[in-house]
Design a protein around this ligand. Structure first.
Ligand code: R5P
Length: 274
């Protein structure tokens, strides 16, 4: 496999995000309120973070969520993937009109291990969001901070290999160090076409434990570095069971059946998050 050249700062932060011993990562996405407001499972954000943080490798979140919900020292050595784009809400049809919302100095001040930028390929504000990505990469790389590109999918876009690979490859060419995209059929082709850039898979809307675990399993088997799941973990009736099961798939190569056994073992003590 081709090795990406990484300078020391980038390498050190990438090693905080993606576990070097297996090149895998369980990222927990709790950034949804930046455009959805009080999202189910994140209304009491501090409880959700406290409950799930020990079982993820990295927390994808926002500046305000950190400021309002995480006391100094609570994160320990757990790295933050800081969302640095926004500017819209679910009340407005066109979600692609995003801009950069957090400066690189603020990300450094918060000790972010990486910063996340959404791009909306094929949408009305495609160019603006790609330029958000390249601008942030220009700033962040100067300080050795890796940028994760999120291939946000507009309402009219198909979540298929053709679209997701197009969007992902554009992110790689822009200089993203990690690409977050959706799972699709023939996913291993997408991973190959953006190699050696690491790919993490977004969960999407809440589905069911077997479906979400299957997606995690197929993603890593196809070569993804891991997952960046949100709703399929914190909106499940058994959030601890879900994140432990996902961890077992990503880091311990468990099968879906073995992961479901872990999920079910946690079920009697499960407590839903608000
Ligand atoms: C969406 O724009 C956010 O970046 C979420 O973090 C992302 O969609 C992953 O969360 P979920 O697994 O809930 O889709």
């Amino acid at each position: 496999m081709v090795q990406a050249y990484l300078d020391v700062g980038i390498q050190s932060r990438m090693n905080r995000i993606i576990t070097p011993k297996d090149n895998r990562v369980v990222m927990l996405a709790v950034d949804h309120p930046y455009f959805q407001g009080p999202t189910t499972g994140l209304r009491n954000m501090s409880r959700t973070i406290q409950t799930l943080l020990p079982y993820c490798d990295c927390l994808m979140t926002t500046r305000g969520a950190v400021r309002s919900n995480i006391a100094p020292g609570d994160l320990g050595s757990k790295p933050i993937m800081l969302r640095v784009t926004g500017g819209n809400s679910v009340l407005f049809e066109e979600l692609s009109d995003e801009k950069l919302t957090v400066t690189i100095r603020e990300a450094i001040r918060m000790d972010a291990a990486g910063v996340a930028v959404s791009v909306y390929i094929g949408s009305a504000y495609q160019q603006q969001t790609i330029v958000n990505l390249t601008d942030m990469i220009n700033h962040a790389e100067e300080y050795g901070i890796p940028v994760l590109a999120v291939t946000a999918v507009g309402k009219n876009m198909a979540r298929d290999l053709r679209y997701l690979a197009l969007a992902s490859r554009i992110c790689q060419d822009a200089g993203a160090r990690i690409i977050k995209t959706y799972y699709c059929e023939e996913f291993s082709k997408l991973v190959d076409w953006v190699a050696p850039t690491a790919v993490v898979v977004a969960g999407g809307k809440y589905s069911s434990p077997p479906d979400a675990l299957q997606m995690a399993y197929h993603s890593v088997q196809a070569g993804a570095a891991g997952v960046d799941f949100g709703r399929n973990i914190f909106q499940d009736e058994n959030p601890l069971g879900m994140i432990k099961a996902i961890y077992a798939i990503v880091h311990e190569d468990h099968t879906v059946k073995e992961a479901l056994d872990i999920y079910h073992a946690c079920l009697p003590h499960a407590s839903k998050l608000d």
